[in-house]
Design a binder for this molecule. Structure first.
Ligand code: SF4
Length: 394
């Protein structure tokens, strides 16, 4: 199918964005800095959470995959901002492309992602790329150089090994010229293998996990990832909004094989599910069972698992580029268990050993005292000791 695409070249005012220390970031996000050289993404994933960012361009989420904005001055801005940005001076890891895939096909024409990686290398700046695209292998030379200095991590997404579902939900992700497989998404694991072989810290994102579909492939996917030398796995179940559900439902209805998912998902999300900000996700019990299952499979194959919501299932070790991250809930949970308790002073001292900003420390203090940091988290309880708040493993 040929999709009509509009490319809009633009001059941007800035390129580095600093995310706020909100509830979600404080608990789950190990980074704050992002840089997007493109707005819009031609991969056309039906579950895309970033499509709403097109409102910032006074455009519509419906045009997210058809109207691509190219920040032509991205490299000049990046070079300048990396030296001037207060946050950048602390060298906390930057995500190159979090609301668009940095290796969508248009990158082969503009090479903006590559230029940003070259700048990271010259300035010794840690970066992370999340992609579904095998085109990342076109930059293997600069990625290898960054990996030698432990300055890069690469995460790739695999949601299932079923080609029909892949074509339904991620219709325009390019195929690889270098690593071929009959199974479309296995090419991503083979891409990670190539990167792991040259020393890159690699991650497998099973995001989103499609209930009743990913279940059938999860064992094989994690086994393949372990064999490919992938460092660890990150998983999150599919989350939906009204916009995502209308597209997904339409796509599933057209599929003889997958239309049965419509009533199942209506129950899982609209009857049993729960709200997570503007999105709906599966119930706490469903999420718990998924984390448990993925964690057990990761143990079986000897690969790390980042359990964000239920830290007791975590098996991942912090390594490589993640040395330059922001601490997350998982860290404080581990600290409390290792020390037998966690005081505010210890939490702040621990956080200060990372490249965090002052605002982070004050939000941490607030969340620590009001209980939000560990709200709903297994195996830890808030207590008062000598008039002070402490967290004690339950
Ligand atoms: S690759 Fe990411 S940004 Fe691009 S369409 Fe898919 S989910 Fe959206």
């Amino acid at each position: 199918m040929v999709v009509k695409m509009k490319i809009v070249e633009m001059s941007s005012k800035s390129i580095i964005n600093k995310m706020k220390n909100g509830f979600f970031a404080m608990r789950y996000l190990p980074f704050r800095l992002t840089a997007n050289v493109y707005r819009g993404c031609t991969h056309g994933c039906i579950y895309c959470y970033a499509a709403c960012s097109h409102y910032y361009m006074r455009s519509s989420p419906a045009l997210f995959s058809k109207e691509i904005y190219v920040k032509k001055n991205a490299a000049e801005l990046f070079e300048k901002e990396l030296t001037k940005h207060k946050e950048a001076k602390r060298k906390s890891v930057i995500i190159v492309g979090n609301i668009s895939d940095s290796y969508q096909p248009i990158e082969m024409r503009y090479r903006l992602t590559r230029k940003l990686l070259e700048i990271c290398y010259r300035q010794d700046f840690p970066c992370f790329i999340e992609t579904k695209s095998p085109l990342i292998l076109e930059d293997v030379d600069i990625i290898e150089k960054l990996a030698e200095k432990e300055l890069i991590g690469v995460g790739m997404t695999v949601t299932s090994y079923d080609n029909e579902l892949t074509k339904l939900v991620e219709p325009f992700v390019p195929r690889s010229k270098i690593v071929r497989s009959q199974i479309l998404q296995r090419e991503r694991i083979l891409t990670l293998k190539k990167l792991s072989e040259i020393g890159v810290d690699t991650y497998l994102h099973i995001t989103p996990y499609f209930p009743h579909v990913t279940d059938n492939y999860i064992d094989e996917i994690i086994g393949d990832a372990a064999e490919a030398g992938v460092h660890s796995v990150i998983m999150a179940p599919l989350e939906i909004t009204g916009f995502i559900w209308s597209k997904l439902k339409r796509a599933l209805a057209k599929s003889r094989r997958y239309s049965y998912l419509i009533p199942l998902y209506e129950k899982i999300y609209f009857v049993d599910g729960r709200k997570l900000g503007a999105r709906i996700t599966t119930s706490e019990m469903h999420h718990y069972m998924l984390e448990k299952k993925v964690s057990e499979l990761c143990k079986k194959y000897g690969i790390g698992y980042w359990a964000f919501t239920n830290p007791q299932f975590n098996t991942a070790m912090i390594s490589g580029v993640y040395k330059w991250r922001y601490p997350i809930l998982l860290d404080y949970w581990k600290l409390a268990r290792e020390n037998g308790e966690l005081t505010l002073r210890e939490a702040l001292q621990f956080a200060s050993s990372f490249p965090v900003d002052r605002e982070y420390l004050s939000v941490l203090k607030e969340y620590f005292l009001n209980g939000k940091l560990f709200e709903g988290v297994y195996g830890i309880k808030k207590e008062a000791k000598d008039g002070e708040v402490v967290y004690v493993p339950a």
